[in-house]
Write a protein that binds this ligand. Structure first.
Ligand code: SF4
Ligand code: SF4
Length: 98
């Protein structure tokens, strides 16, 4: 018997994940605060790549495919730039067993 875990592709892992999107965004980004940000830490830290810098210094953010990991909130150094909460009950990311 092998001690190694079987290789599972990113696509196969993501095929077990479901996003139940609520109409209310559970994370809101204040673009005015982002204008003064020098790190843009959210852009590299978000595992779902949901923060996209724009050419005018802003940030475009979409909450729909959020893993609810909280990393963006932890790494952001501008107070008030990110308002973070969990989605309403029954909504948000669902990690399913294969
Ligand atoms: S969300 Fe926070 S880390 Fe990301 S660009 Fe705005 S201020 Fe910077
Ligand atoms: S909670 Fe995690 S997945 Fe969701 S936006 Fe923040 S870093 Fe990205």
């Amino acid at each position: 018997m092998s001690d190694e875990w079987p290789q599972v592709s990113f696509e196969d892992r993501m095929s077990t994940v479901e996003f139940r999107v609520h109409e209310r965004a559970h994370i809101v980004v204040d673009g005015a605060k982002c204008a003064d940000c020098s790190t843009r830490a959210c852009v590299v830290a978000c595992p779902a790549n949901l923060f996209v810098p724009t050419s005018d210094g802003g940030i475009v953010f979409n909450y729909e495919q959020c893993f609810e990991c909280g990393t963006c909130y932890m790494v952001c150094n501008e107070e008030g730039a990110i308002s973070w909460s969990y989605p309403e009950g029954g909504f948000g990311v669902v990690f399913r067993r294969t």
